[in-house]
Write a protein that binds this ligand. Structure first.
Ligand code: TA6
Length: 312
């Protein structure tokens, strides 16, 4: 079973507009999907046919609505309940651009967090792979993901994949238990590594990943590069995986779809090249689909063939 952790889930609301008119009225039709990075990962994993269980914190009317949506999508979930209201995140697609407004999320109490940790321990001991993604809601300390890594190791789950940024990522990389895989995007990598690298500078990105002490003990490090695919290191190996040029209609959640590809490949002990193909194919198919964190599964086989993987 693959356990996906979403500490700050959201009802993702998407508006598609011809143009976004600032300082005036814009009318739109809303599309809603259960979101927050971990739930996008869960949805794509479920499409890939994996046995997946979604967990995290859920609360209020929006939380109940979100649980109902997951039931309708057939995604198994066991969230820990909080008293605060689960958030909404807004993505506006306009003029080939994507403007996002992400709520910070509810206030979580110390008691609610401790209750979640105990709940997590029970689920983690049944998991082959765990993914941990996205921001932390208010009141949840930046050290929380490091704590989840420690707890995962205690119950024997070694393959923990993390998609995080900022201070939470810094805490993860300082922790004594290291994640099995870290996925970041290029701007997060530039912030972490204090660089200003461009997506085409793949060899330079690998070079800084290799020389950076913070990432030294992480077996897989993946930097997603949007339409350029990704670069990745796996122990001593370094790869670049490039998708074909496609028509992107909604790139929101493509990084989450990529992480789902990694979790799927690792859960099935696939080889590196196969894992990279699935991952970049999932990210690319997500961008071609209007629904966030969703792929057209029937296109996966051909898309995987079209991904160029090279060793750097
Ligand atoms: O990656 C896209 C997305 O997952 C959206 O679905 C939206 O919910 C948002 O990112 C949440 O990001 P955060 O980092 O705040 O958890």
């Amino acid at each position: 079973m693959i356990l996906t952790v979403t500490m700050n889930p959201s009802i993702d609301t998407r508006y598609k507009l011809e143009s976004l008119i600032i300082d005036d009225v814009n009318r739109a039709i809303a599309q809603r999907t259960p979101g927050g990075k971990g739930l996008n990962v869960a949805r794509v994993l479920s499409q890939l046919g994996d046995t997946v269980l979604a967990t995290g914190l859920l609360g209020g009317y929006f939380g109940s609505y979100l649980a109902q949506c997951l039931d309708e999508e057939g995604i198994a979930h066991q969230f820990s309940e909080i008293s605060g209201e689960t958030r909404t995140c807004l993505s506006i697609l306009h003029e080939n651009k994507q403007t996002e407004i992400l709520e910070r999320g509810p206030e979580v109490t110390e008691a609610e967090l401790q209750k979640f940790f105990l709940h997590f321990d029970l689920l983690a001991e049944q998991a082959d792979v765990i993914t941990i993604s996205g921001s932390l809601p208010q009141g949840v300390p930046n050290s929380t993901y490091a704590e989840l890594l420690r707890r995962s190791a205690c119950v024997g789950c070694k393959q923990v994949l993390v998609d995080s940024s900022g201070l939470a990522l810094e805490e993860i990389l300082k922790a004594e238990v290291h994640p099995y895989l870290v996925k970041i995007n290029l701007s997060e990598a530039n912030a972490l590594l204090r660089t200003q690298l461009e997506p085409t500078e793949t060899k330079e990105i690998i070079k800084v990943l290799r020389t950076n002490e913070k990432l030294h003990d992480v077996p897989w490090v993946v930097v997603s590069l949007g339409s350029y695919g990704c670069v990745a290191t796996h122990n001593d190996m370094a790869y670049c995986a490039v998708p074909p040029v496609v028509e992107a209609v909604n790139a929101t959640g493509s990084g989450d779809a990529m992480l789902a590809g990694f979790a799927d490949g690792l859960a099935h002990s696939k080889d590196d090249v196969s894992i990279l193909r699935t991952s970049v194919a999932c990210g690319t198919l997500n961008a071609m689909d209007l629904k966030t964190g969703h792929i057209q599964i029937e296109k996966l086989k051909n898309m995987k063939r079209a991904i160029q993987v090279s060793c750097l």
